[in-house]
Design a protein around this ligand. Structure first.
Ligand SMILES: *Cc1c(COP(=O)(O)O)cnc(C)c1O
Length: 359
């Protein structure tokens, strides 16, 4: 029987003290809610919402792009960008471990009629040579290589930060082959805070770039897709087509503006907490991770050596008020964010040690 997701959700997570399942777990703060309540609003679908327009201007400036578009989710940012860049029969070059490949319900195939040529690469980071190797010959029987997508930071690559040199190598190669470039910047600001490199520097080689407001930035909803005016004009058509054009969305955009003002620098705390968590679990027998690979707020670790599966361990943790995500049979993911402090990650690490000692 299909599960009734409402039934699951109305029983809102009793006894959950430390939630490391995702940085989407954040609740808007009181100050963010005050900013939302005070927002000036209008009909976003008509381009008349002043707060949405302000947010789009802020993000376009941050990324040094001509203009930007407010969307309900990061997935819609990726999907609209792909559908705007690609036509049926086109192919997108992206890391195998990227969200477009793993977590968007094959939307590139469904909406854009496009394939993804998924590159197997360490930490979700590939090179200009990988792009060249993935190019299809121009033959009637080949898909048409069209777009390269880079995910900064790469989520399933371990929250890895693409070095600027790797981005530039990929961009140079993509341009030499006439490909367009898209950046999934769901956690771009984490990369910015971790590296000290400005968002617009990372964004410079890309035609389209977006930021997720609902991850580390702590907003309830939203993403902002930026690019050239002609691209965003076409993206608006997709926004309507998919039902993503909204009304008084300034209520949501106000949260985004608040987050850009108050929640960017603090991402450094999430990175510190992730490193502290990794350091505390690294010596638990059977747990395998390299703390040096924790660059931002995502901590992936392998539990095969414990003799238990990730879902067994997750259930044991959950019974003790801690939630950690399960990636596959023996791989788990803990994510730090605005709603978890140092004491929280310490509690999560000690609870993991306890449940694994107790067998
Ligand atoms: C979360 C995420 C998305 C999708 O964003 P939603 O707001 O959840 O739709 C896309 N790319 C990456 C890398 C993500 O982590």
């Amino acid at each position: 029987m299909p599960k009734d997701r409402n039934a699951v959700r109305t029983n809102a997570l009793p006894d959950l003290r430390v939630d490391l399942v995702s940085d989407t777990a954040t609740r808007p703060t009181a100050a963010m809610r005050a900013a939302m309540a005070a927002a000036a609003v209008g009909d976003e679908q008509r381009g008349e919402d002043p707060t949405v327009n302000l947010l789009c201007g802020r993000v376009a400036a941050l990324l040094a792009k001509e203009t930007a578009l407010f969307l309900p989710s990061g997935t819609m940012c990726n999907q609209i960008a792909v559908a705007t860049h690609c036509r049926p029969g086109d192919e997108i070059i992206a890391a195998e471990a990227s969200h477009i490949v793993t977590s968007e319900s094959a939307g590139a195939a469904v909406l854009a009629g496009s394939f993804v040529r998924a590159i197997a690469c360490a930490r979700g980071i590939f090179s200009g040579d990988d792009v060249t190797a993935a190019m299809r010959a121009r033959k009637p029987k080949s898909p048409r290589s069209r777009l390269v997508a880079v995910e900064q930071t790469n989520n399933r690559g371990g929250g890895s930060v693409w070095p600027l040199a790797a981005i530039q190598s990929v961009a140079k190669s993509a341009r030499s082959h006439g490909l367009a470039l898209h950046m999934d910047g769901a956690r771009l600001m984490n990369a910015v805070v971790a590296s000290g490199i400005a968002a617009k520097v990372y964004a410079a080689p890309f035609d389209s770039v977006w930021l997720d407001l609902s991850k580390g930035l702590g907003c309830p909803i939203g993403g902002v897709l930026a690019g050239p005016k002609a691209f965003i004009e076409e993206a608006w058509t997709w926004k309507h087509r998919l039902g993503g054009a909204m009304r008084q969305a300034g209520i949501l955009a106000a949260a985004g503006i608040y987050a850009l003002d108050h929640h960017v620098e603090r991402l450094a705390e999430d990175h510190d907490n992730a490193r502290a968590f990794a350091a505390r679990i690294a010596d638990i027998p059977g747990v395998r991770l390299d703390p040096a690979e924790v660059e931002t707020n995502l901590v992936f670790f392998d539990v095969e050596g414990t003799g238990r599966t990730g879902s067994d361990i997750a259930a044991l943790l959950r019974a003790r008020g801690v939630r950690i995500g399960v990636e596959d049979r023996y791989r788990m993911r803990a994510v730090t964010h605005l709603d978890v402090d140092r004491a929280g990650v310490e509690e999560a690490a000690e609870t993991l040690r306890l449940v694994l000692a107790d067998r």
